[in-house]
Design a protein around this ligand. Structure first.
Ligand code: SF4
Ligand code: SF4
Length: 169
């Protein structure tokens, strides 16, 4: 009780943030060659690749197993948990496959809030939020991935533009 009151009265978090800002500000200010050399505080994207944090949440992507088969078994957990209801799955069958096969896996990205609930709810590690961050498009239709019959877009995604992924620390 006393400690929470103390935290409310004294803004430790603001102090921590200001301290960090001051540290980097001072570092730049004291650089001897700052007049001749460009000092990089921000990434000069797109010329410079962006380093993303491992937990960055980008576009929803389906995952294949070692045999190249879609891992999703249509349990519908992700569809049910999605707060913005952007996932629509149709359960089907595929020859030679024992588990259900998604004949449709629609993902309407324009309404996705990147909460990652879908990924967390999946007990089969079938989906991820990948590191694609260039998600702008000119047409509304371009935000819909995995429309019926062409949901392969969901797992054959290739990175757009330059980007790199930060290693786990
Ligand atoms: S990240 Fe959240 S909003 Fe986006 S599809 Fe998954 S559950 Fe839905
Ligand atoms: S939770 Fe996973 S296995 Fe279940 S429908 Fe979604 S992607 Fe498929």
């Amino acid at each position: 009780m006393a400690s929470s009151l103390l935290r409310t009265l004294i803004p430790f978090d603001i102090y921590g943030g200001m301290k960090l800002t001051g540290k980097y500000f001072g570092k730049v200010l004291l650089q001897s060659n700052r007049g001749t050399k460009r000092t990089h505080i921000v990434v000069e994207y797109p010329e410079t690749p962006v380093t993303l944090m491992p937990r960055y949440r980008g576009r929803l992507q389906m995952i294949k197993d070692e045999q190249g088969e879609i891992k999703c078994v249509c349990c519908l957990a992700c569809e049910k948990i999605c707060p913005t209801q952007v996932i629509t799955i149709e359960k089907g069958k595929k020859e030679g496959r024992k588990t259900p096969y998604p004949t449709r896996y629609d993902f309407e990205m324009e309404r996705c809030i990147f909460c990652e609930f879908c990924v967390e709810s999946c007990g089969f590690d079938s989906i991820i939020l990948n590191h694609q961050f260039e998600l702008a498009a000119y047409n509304r239709e371009d935000f819909s991935h995995g429309t019926e019959g062409v949901f392969q877009n969901m797992y054959d995604l290739t990175p757009v533009g330059h980007y790199s992924v930060a290693s786990e620390e």
